[in-house]
Design a protein around this ligand. Structure first.
Ligand code: MRU
Length: 338
């Protein structure tokens, strides 16, 4: 698949007979296969098992899931309940579901048009965010990213990876360090796959190698995506992001976040109120088909952590850059027209 065609989801066909297709992210980079979904239950399963992942992509998938629900006789409000519980941290999921339910149409056609317009909104927003963030990246910089916040995680070019790709496309000479991102390896499997297709020079590292690279002066800027940003700027993202931000602060490296406005949750004052998804212990205790730890060992497997706002230099959004990252600046962002 060429770089400009990387996309995690698409609706094929009309509202009456069409279906939602997802690029199966569980088996990348080994195989590029699409799965076809025709019911809200199938969509809920695909979000839970991470066939599709990344906060904006999850939201869009759920929006199309409401179309399938209503077409199958499941009311939109019931579809919201089924889909909202699949992954609790990414607030884009709730945002998209609320927009679909508020539409109030009993017709799949009207709902499909709305889902498509949310999708297009994400594409355009990603582009604006990428332009904003790329200004911060200078030629010669080493840039670190964690997890996958690329085209695979959104409807468009991505958030953090969109910023990186834009800097590269502007001719800036950059080198990207990709955290492998234990335990699901979104960095190794997905971000490296996207960067290879985009032709961006990159090096894959174990998560634990980032601090020593910073100490050696190899990294000048870190940029990650986000799953939920509280009203004060505390930011939930993939587990390990907080360590990146702490290490960046220690070494005087700028740590930035890139996220659309739909990732902000102004109903919660700070990060302590962000629900953190805990996933199955088997993600940590097994590697391929083999166990990597004793059966009796207990596991703590949170999928996300919260980076406190004071560690974040700025947030790139489709509405511009938020700096400093605090409640007043975020309130101003909320008031600004999109
Ligand atoms: O568990 P995942 O793979 O859904 O986690 C994804 C992330 O943490 C991303 O950084 C975040 O959703 C932003 S994607 C643009």
């Amino acid at each position: 698949m060429p770089a400009h065609e990387i996309r995690p989801l698409e609706w094929r066909g009309d509202a009456r007979t069409g279906a939602l297709y997802l690029l199966d992210q569980r088996i990348l980079p080994g195989r590029e296969e699409w799965v076809c979904l025709r019911s809200v239950e199938e969509v809920a399963r695909a979000i839970s098992d991470m066939t599709v992942r990344g906060a904006p992509a999850i939201g869009l998938t759920a929006a199309y899931g409401v179309v399938l629900a209503v077409r199958g006789g499941v009311p939109a409000a019931e579809a919201r309940t089924i889909l909202a519980r699949t992954r609790p941290t990414a607030v884009n999921l709730i945002w998209a579901l609320d927009r679909m339910v508020a539409h109030g149409s009993p017709e799949p056609q009207g709902l499909l048009e709305l889902a498509r317009s949310l999708h297009e909104e994400d594409v355009a927003g990603n582009r604006r965010m990428a332009e904003t963030g790329a200004r911060r990246i200078g030629s010669g910089m080493g840039v670190l990213t964690h997890c996958n916040a690329g085209a695979l995680a959104t409807g468009g070019v991505g958030t953090a990876l969109g910023v990186i790709a834009a800097a590269h496309q502007q001719g800036k000479r950059i080198h990207v360090y990709v955290d492998e991102t234990r335990p699901r390896l979104q960095g190794a499997r997905l971000t490296a796959w996207e960067l290879a297709r985009l032709g961006v020079p990159h090096t894959l590292i174990c998560d634990g190698a980032a601090a020593s690279l910073m100490a050696r002066g190899k990294i000048q800027l870190c940029v990650t995506g986000a799953d939920r940003i509280a009203a004060n700027g505390d930011t939930a993202n993939k587990i390990g992001t907080y360590s990146v931000a702490v290490n960046a602060r220690h070494h005087g490296v700028a740590f930035h976040v890139a996220a659309p406005f739909s990732t902000f949750d102004l109903s919660i004052p700070d990060g302590s109120r962000i629900p953190i998804e805990e996933r199955d212990p088997s993600e940590v205790t097994a590697w391929g088909t083999g166990r990597t730890s004793p059966r009796e060992t207990t596991v703590f497997n949170p999928a996300f952590d919260v980076t406190p706002a004071p560690l974040i230099r700025s947030i790139f959004t489709e509405r511009g850059e938020v700096e400093p990252v605090d409640a007043a600046a975020i309130a101003r962002l909320a008031r600004s027209a999109s």
